[in-house]
Design a protein around this ligand. Structure first.
Ligand code: CDP
Length: 236
């Protein structure tokens, strides 16, 4: 239980719903840490692909998680970069090769157990905005602010296309991107271990027609009210 005066913000939702954009902006406004939990699943996926780790080989999976994979985030020129074993993999983990295999990897319980433990350790004192699929339901069940984002598949496809183009990642077509989002949503929502679902106490936001600024203004108000409440409680 986080007893500091800072709150925990969990942002969950379907693929390419703008979760990272929102969580990052909230963290910046509040001077909180931001963690992209999806980047951790992507980094594990990249390692498994590059090292031919078979998901059914429990021993190899566990050994890789325990001894061979070290993930960290570093700030490069104001941007959050994911490092895998000391190498900047921020671009590579967004490639189609990784996007195509990440959801099957994220169904593996050993992978989830390991990453959830790291995420909980990073956020144990609050003051964090984390985005993913199971943040409000599993990682931070007690988070003071839980947001669940949705948007139409057309909107999400367009946003992801723009994002990939801006990063100069070009190993995809529009159809392939849409197909990938739909397939991942299906696998993520139907897996046995911590499936993607809205926490009972989460606030749902369909942001299809909202600008990032509108979405930020609304959620920042919610966060500020909760922070004020928490501070009041701490002084009673
Ligand atoms: O593409 P998008 O930014 O929406 O996805 P992401 O946040 O980078 O996550 C990539 C994949 O990692 C998801 O499709 C899930 O399979 C998995 N994931 C998960 O299972 N649990 C999380 N907390 C975060 C991501």
């Amino acid at each position: 239980m986080n007893t500091s005066k800072k709150i925990t913000i969990a942002v969950d939702g379907f693929a390419a719903c703008g979760k990272s954009t929102l969580a990052k902006a909230l963290a910046k406004e509040l001077n909180y840490a931001y963690v992209d939990s999806g980047a951790m699943y992507r980094a594990v996926t990249l390692y498994f692909l590059d090292n031919n780790i078979d998901l059914d080989d429990k021993e190899a999976v566990q050994k890789a998680l325990d001894e061979q994979i070290y993930i960290e985030f570093r700030n490069i020129d104001g941007n959050n970069h994911t490092f895998l074993n000391g190498i900047d993999v921020e671009e590579e983990i967004r490639s189609f090769r990784v996007s195509d295999f990440v959801s099957p990897v994220a169904t593996v319980s050993a992978v989830r157990r390991t990453l959830v433990k790291i995420q909980q350790a990073i956020g144990k004192n609050g003051g964090i905005a984390m985005d993913g699929r199971d943040i409000g339901t599993v990682v931070f069940k007690d988070a003071e602010l839980k947001l669940f984002l949705t948007a139409s598949i057309e909107e999400r496809t367009n946003r992801r296309l723009q994002e990939l183009q801006s990063k100069n990642i070009q190993d995809f077509t529009a159809e392939a991107v849409a197909e990938n989002l739909k397939t991942r949503d299906h696998i993520d929502s139907t897996r046995a271990d911590s499936p993607l679902m809205q926490a009972e106490d989460a606030i749902e936001i369909d942001n299809s027609l909202l600008t990032p600024e509108e979405q930020l203004a609304y959620t920042l108000e919610l966060a500020k009210d909760l922070i004020a409440e928490k501070k009041k409680q701490a002084t009673v």
